[in-house]
Ligand binder design. Structure first.
Ligand SMILES: N[C@@H](CCOP(=O)(O)O)C(=O)O
Length: 435
């Protein structure tokens, strides 16, 4: 499989190069040259297969022979080493819980998969690689955990100061070792812009071998397909058309689901649910892609105004807005609506959602009003404990606190405060010995 830059289709690289570079030299996202079509028989017999086999089978065409089979087997089994339960919340509405991994968010899957691939590719190369990553909350912790102590890899995480939850901050600032956290006085979009600028900086490139661990990197983006296949495996016997509602920030997760559908997974429709950072819902209404400045919300990991992966979604539909709208609806919700949903779902169904999942739930309910014969799954992307400082007060005592979280509270934050200025990032990076 080769990958091309969405800025320049003539620029093509292998999977290995796409993973190591993260972003094309022209700042374009990499996209697969072909979209593999899975055998009908594989989809029809999905429930008979083991989840690890499914993971390997769906990712293999994107890797070809660049990672040997036994190695891929190990990477996938380290990636899918925790459960992905599907819970009925109310009739026809299910939550797919993606937060049972080490950092309690769906990002663990992509981060572990990418760490495995990069670890393999770097094994016989003496030059250390530096992973530059921007986070609005969950990616940072997952990448820190996934790459902690991976030989030959250093990680620099940029996060917006004061805009992530207390627990998210602990997850990304307390490991030390090969993980460094930079606290940027700006928004997630600023952090992401600084990271993307660094990839184009010749001077930095001479000192560092840089890559990205955001979903702009194909090894972070592609394994997010796994959720949809694993969920479908459980629901195959349902006789209704299935809709997935995905709480969306940088749009990597939903984009991977849409890719799974194009590979043959029978998903009737997707709902991209956002908070008031609503660039995509507005685009689907008026055809104008016009990001506003990002606004802080309770669902902070989705405080993204300019989602990187939307260009990949457009590409999946050959840039046809009509084809895209037939498959994707998108709605935005306020914090008040989010809190009301958390409260009412707990009161009526005794299921505790956190703010991101609640936005997904609201999106699903809105879509089901116009399409009542469908059955819907919303993705619960993080554990409520990650937002224990912003969850409705009367529900905080209902949050189960996992053992691994208790240990984190006592660890000390280590971060470097930097202004929202690319030159500040560059000076900091040039001043430290090559990482
Ligand atoms: N929601 C993210 C923002 C970055 O998304 P990514 O999937 O591209 O890493 C976060 O939690 O940091």
């Amino acid at each position: 499989m080769q990958y091309y830059s969405l800025q320049n289709p003539q620029h093509r690289v292998s999977f290995r190069e796409a993973v190591i570079q993260g972003l094309a030299p022209d700042k374009g996202l990499y996209f697969p040259m072909q979209l593999p079509r899975l055998e009908k028989d594989f989809i029809e017999r999905l429930e008979e297969y083991d989840p690890l086999y499914i993971g390997r089978h769906v990712i293999a065409p994107f890797i070809g022979d660049e990672i040997p089979e036994h190695q891929l087997k190990q990477i996938v089994s380290e990636t899918l080493s925790f459960p992905f339960p599907l819970r009925e919340v109310e009739p026809n509405v299910y939550a797919l819980e993606l937060f049972h991994g080490p950092t309690l968010a769906f990002k663990d899957v992509g981060a572990r998969f990418m760490a495995g691939c990069l670890g393999y590719f770097r094994k016989h190369d003496p030059r250390p690689v530096t992973v530059l990553v921007a986070t609005s909350g969950d990616t940072g912790g997952a990448v820190a955990n996934g790459f902690y102590n991976v030989p030959g890899v250093n990680v620099v995480i940029l996060y917006p100061s004061g805009k992530v939850s207390a627990l998210q901050e602990k997850q990304l600032t307390t490991l030390g070792g090969n993980i460094t956290a930079l606290e940027i006085q700006g928004t997630f979009d600023d952090c992401q812009r600084m990271v993307k600028t660094a990839f184009l900086d010749q001077e930095l490139q001479e000192q560092y071998l840089l890559t990205s661990a955001n979903s702009i990197n194909v090894a972070r983006w592609l394994p997010q397909m796994f959720y949809y296949f694993l969920a479908y495996r459980k629901i195959k016997q349902w006789k209704k058309d299935v809709v997935f509602a995905v709480p969306s920030g940088n749009f990597g997760n939903i984009c991977a689901g849409m890719l799974a559908a194009q590979m043959g997974l029978p998903i009737a429709h997707f709902v991209a649910a956002t908070n008031v950072n609503d660039t995509v819902p507005r685009f689907l209404q008026n055809g104008q892609y016009a990001p506003n400045a990002a606004v802080p919300t309770l669902s902070n990991a989705m405080d993204v105004a300019d989602p990187s992966n939307f260009v990949r979604i457009l590409q999946l539909f050959s840039k046809s807005e009509t084809a895209l709208k037939a498959k994707l609806s998108s709605y935005s919700f306020t914090d008040n609506e989010t809190v009301s949903a958390i409260e009412s779902v707990f009161a009526e169904h005794h299921y505790l959602m956190e703010p991101h999942g609640a936005v997904g739930y609201l999106g699903l309910k809105q879509y089901l009003q116009q399409s009542p014969n469908n059955v819907g799954i919303f993705l619960e992307t993080a554990h409520p404990v990650k937002f224990d400082d912003t969850m409705p007060e009367q529900l905080r005592s209902e949050i189960h606190v996992p053992e691994k979280v208790k240990q984190l509270y006592n660890r000390e934050k280590q971060s470097v405060l930097l202004p929202n200025d690319y030159e500040a990032l560059k000076s900091w990076m040039m001043a430290v010995p090559a990482r």
